[in-house]
Structure formats: structure tokens, C-alpha cells
Design a binder for this molecule. Structure first.
Ligand code: PXG
Length: 441
């Protein structure tokens, strides 16, 4: 007889993040170990991980090289502060990231999560304008359905209503661009939709109302992940870049999900051919093995702040664990693995396989849209009347029982396998989802 470990666990104290705690604790699902594409539950079941943990384990789980690098680092230097001291790993990693980043983004600031990376990027944007004597530029522009983590900055620029409600007035001076997904014009688009570039022109309207000289930055995900893989219309990001540049507004890409191969390149900025002023990233940076976030910054921004600083310390910002030795070691190893195993080009090669497999589900019951970009895809279902989200949740539970781990936001099911996935893995995910949809009420 299998012993279920969670029967021995007291589940009460851990208040789980973004979780239906009461429901979970009645029917807990515990992952005990993982390797490569597979997670194992405490009752010995194997699950094919079709969401890379949570969009982060791009090299798969427990990659031996990453595991070994963390082990080695833990025995050599557990911690060194980066405040007025340093250790080699953080410098090596920053140099490496600057080398991979789009041209000109040569300065790197370390954080410990996507949320911290986003708030750091927003603060650096404000500090830059302040250093240039444009202290009135404090306004920030996000986008409807955008997700930028859970700090007060990221929550303020974020555009998912439920994540904002109940948390007070948030930051002042924030506006939101319209979201870019439109079923009537884009349903079942493969890759970037042809319709919707004009939605970027809304920025002109917002800027005209607010006075451009009061706006510091625009922040968007190159493709929106959490909201359910909303792919940028052709020409949309280019247009945002033109408008921001014309008004002296910084453009921040939130690449917490889209970097490190998810769309077949180191950064989505490269894939879409649009270079922002700052990139916030995390997740795949360490392949999820140790928490870490980073902001890549156009060097001129950093240099302006350094040159105009009234104090010896130029930016009063940073974290106890900025550039933590274990995180830096994990990230350096992850970047090695991405290189050695050509995982970004592998993702590029697998993208059409995922596209074909997912769009093959178009005629299944309840499906009202399918979207994809790189190794990210979404199947959007028609909600059950009066019960938004219930149908996708049901689908997830059924896929789990059939050994496939998926994610859902509202009634959209997201698929984002590790970049080490094989064509067979992708077929298994799509076939399982197809069987689930066939039987789904
Ligand atoms: N920006 C983006 C674009 C993200 O996707 C964050 C910031 C925040 O990162 P941290 O490390 O602070 O969580 C994220 C996180 C989902 C899901 O189901 C996605 C995230 C987090 C939780 C759930 O799609 N992304």
C-alpha cells in the first residue's frame, strides 16, 4: 500500500500563495521530487510538466549541472553581501547577461524575484529622470491584463483587476493601455496576430491627456503570460517603441516569462526586434532552481544616475540577497546548459510542433481560441454560464489525473513546456488535453 506523505503533514500553517487554500487542504496535491520533464507526487504518480514548474524550469527539473553548481557553491561561499563588498559570481553573471542582452543594455541590477525586478526597474526609471532634472516624470503606464508581480509598484502597473482590489489606492499617476486580445479579430491566430497594431496608438492619446513630460515609463510584457498567452499583434511593440522614444518615455519589457528561450531567443526583445530601455527578468534565469531576478538597463541610464548622484552611494536601492552566491551559481550553470544543449534553438525548432499540436484541438468541445508563440501556448474555453474559470479548472484536474501538469487563468489553459521537451512530450500533452476536452462537461 502506498503511504500518502501528506497524511503526515500538518497543512494548516502554510498559507499558500495564489491558491484556493480551503479547497487545496481538503484535497492536497504534493510534489515530492522531479527530474527533467517529470514531477513525482507523494503517492508515486508521475506527471509530465507542461508548464515548466511555473514558467521557470526552462532546462527541466534538477538538471545535474545546475544541481552540482549549487552544491559546490553552497560548500564554498554561502553568502557575501553585495553592499560595499562583492563576490565573483555576481560579477561573472552580470557580465554574461550583458553579453546576451540586446545591444546597449549593459548594466545589470540583481533582485530575487520577478516582482522585485519589476519594482527595481520602475524605481530606476524614476531615478533616471530625476537625475536628468526631469523630476516631474513620475507617471507610469501599464496595460490591461498585464501581470508584473505583487509588489506595490508591480501591482499598480498591473492590469488584472482581482490582483489590485482590496489593496488600497496603490501608486498615483498610473494609466493603463488597452489589452491587445480580441476574439472577433484574432481567434485561432498562429503566432503574432495580424490585427491590433493600432492599439499601441492609444499611448499617444494617454500621453496627450497626461502631458508627456510627466510620464516616466511604459511597462509591458512582450507577450502577456499570466493573462493567458496574449501574443503581440504584428507591429504593435514597434509602435510602442516609436511613441515612447518620441516623448522621452522609457520602455520597460517585463521578460520574467518571455526570456531565456521561451520564444526561441535569449530575450523576447531579440525575437520581436524591439529594444526596450530596461528588461526585468527572473524565472528561467536560474531555470527556477534558486530564486533570482535581474534588471538589464541601458548603460546610459545607469551612467546618468552615477554621474549626477549627490551622494557617494548613487542609488539607494538593493536587497540583502542581490546577486546571492547560490543564485548566481545556479544562473551561470543554467546559462551554460542553455548554451551547451542549444536550448534556445531547440525551442525555436519545437515552436511549430507545439503550434501544430495545439491548433489541432480547434474542433474540440468548448474551444473558442488557441494562441501560441515560441514554446508558449493557450487554449481558451467558453466559460460555464455563471461559473467563470470552473471549466478550465475542471480540465486541469482531469489532465492532472491523466498525468499532465497544466496551468489555467480564468478559462484559458496555458502550456509552456521546458525547452528540453521532445516532440513526443508535446504530442502527449496535446493528446491528453484533447481527451480531457472530449469528456469535459
Ligand atoms: N512579471 C511577470 C511577467 C510574471 O509572469 C512576475 C512578474 C512576478 O514574478 P515573481 O517571481 O515575483 O512571482 C511574473 C510571475 C501564472 C503565473 O499562472 C505567473 C507568474 C506567477 C504566478 C503565476 O501564469 N509570473
Amino acid at each position: 500500500m502506498t503511504v500518502r506523505l501528506h497524511n503526515e503533514l500538518d497543512l494548516n500553517a502554510f498559507w499558500m500563495p495564489f491558491t484556493a487554500n480551503r479547497a487545496f487542504k481538503k484535497a492536497p496535491r504534493i510534489i515530492e521530487s522531479a527530474a527533467g520533464m517529470v514531477c513525482r507526487t507523494d503517492d508515486g504518480r508521475e506527471l509530465l510538466d507542461a508548464v515548466s514548474g511555473l514558467w521557470c524550469c526552462n532546462a527541466g527539473h534538477c538538471h545535474p549541472k545546475i544541481v552540482e553548481a549549487i552544491r559546490r557553491q553552497a560548500g564554498e561561499l554561502d553568502y557575501a553581501t553585495a553592499f560595499q563588498l562583492g563576490h565573483p559570481g555576481a560579477f561573472r553573471l552580470a557580465e554574461r547577461l550583458a553579453g546576451m542582452a540586446p545591444q546597449g543594455l549593459d548594466a545589470v541590477f540583481f533582485a530575487n524575484s520577478g516582482s522585485e525586478a519589476v519594482d527595481t526597474a520602475l524605481k530606476i526609471a524614476l531615478a533616471y529622470h530625476h537625475a536628468r532634472g526631469e523630476s516631474a516624470r513620475t507617471g507610469l503606464i501599464g496595460r490591461e491584463r498585464g501581470y508584473h508581480g505583487v509588489g506595490f509598484g508591480g501591482t499598480s502597473v498591473g492590469g488584472i483587476g482581482k490582483n489590485r482590489r482590496g489593496f488600497g489606492p496603490l501608486l498615483p499617476g498610473v494609466a493603463h493601455l488597452p489589452q491587445t486580445h480580441d476574439l472577433a479579430h484574432q481567434a485561432f491566430s498562429r503566432g503574432q496576430p495580424a490585427w491590433g497594431a493600432h492599439l499601441a496608438d492609444e499611448l499617444e492619446r494617454i500621453v496627450a491627456v497626461a502631458d508627456p513630460a510627466t510620464i516616466a515609463a511604459v511597462i509591458v510584457e512582450p507577450f502577456a503570460g499570466s493573462a493567458g498567452v496574449l501574443v503581440p499583434p504584428i507591429g504593435y511593440l514597434e509602435r510602442l517603441r516609436e511613441i515612447t522614444a518620441a516623448h522621452g518615455i522609457l520602455l520597460i519589457f517585463d521578460e520574467v516569462i518571455s526570456a531565456f528561450g521561451r520564444v526561441g531567443s535569449a530575450f523576447a526583445a531579440e525575437r520581436f526586434g524591439v529594444t526596450p530601455d530596461l528588461i526585468a527578468t527572473a524565472k528561467g534565469l536560474t531555470s527556477g532552481a534558486v530564486p533570482m531576478g535581474a534588471v538589464l538597463i541601458r548603460a546610459e541610464l545607469r551612467d546618468t544616475i552615477l554621474a549626477n548622484a549627490p551622494d557617494a552611494i548613487e542609488l539607494f536601492h538593493g536587497y540583502t540577497y542581490s546577486g546571492h552566491p547560490l543564485a548566481a551559481a545556479a544562473a551561470l550553470a543554467a546559462l551554460d546548459v542553455y548554451d551547451e544543449e542549444n536550448l534556445f534553438s531547440r525551442a525555436r525548432a519545437l515552436a511549430p510542433v507545439l503550434e501544430e499540436a495545439l491548433h489541432g484541438l480547434a474542433d474540440k468541445p468548448h474551444v473558442r481560441d488557441i494562441r501560441n508563440i515560441g514554446l508558449a501556448g493557450a487554449v481558451e474555453l467558453t466559460p460555464r454560464p455563471g461559473a467563470p474559470g470552473a471549466r478550465a479548472n475542471d480540465a486541469l484536474a482531469r489532465a492532472f489525473d491523466r498525468g499532465v501538469l497544466l496551468r489555467a487563468t480564468a478559462d484559458t489553459i496555458a502550456i509552456a513546456p521546458p525547452l528540453i521537451a521532445s516532440e513526443e512530450h508535446i504530442a502527449t500533452v496535446a493528446n491528453t488535453l484533447g481527451e480531457v476536452l472530449d469528456a469535459l462537461p
